[in-house]
Write a protein of this length. Structure first.
Length: 91
């Protein structure tokens, strides 16, 4: 077996996070609107992106993970805005 580098581990951890998040969503243990789900996807996609940038590059996988990352950012920002609009400004 060949030596694994830090970016290989980042990719494996990333894939694990994305898959666990999806499983927990399907098992109704996480909400698709919740921070935990969004952050797991964000960090997971980032780890996979690192493995693609510093390891073996694959354009189609890179585009998919970049989209996954950006959609997660959108979900987090949207969630923060919705919560702030519901709660209102602090006194």
């Amino acid at each position: 077996m060949s030596e694994m580098f830090w970016h290989d581990w980042a990719g494996l951890i990333g894939v694990t996070l994305v898959l666990v998040a999806f499983f927990l969503l399907q098992a109704h243990k996480l909400s698709g609107q919740g921070y935990a789900y969004q952050v797991m996807n964000l960090v997971g996609a980032f780890g996979i992106l690192l493995s693609l940038i510093f390891g073996t590059f694959n354009l189609s996988a890179f585009i998919q993970e970049l989209a996954w990352f950006l959609i997660s950012v959108y979900g987090i920002v949207r969630g923060v805005r919705l919560r702030n609009a519901t709660v209102g400004p602090l006194p």
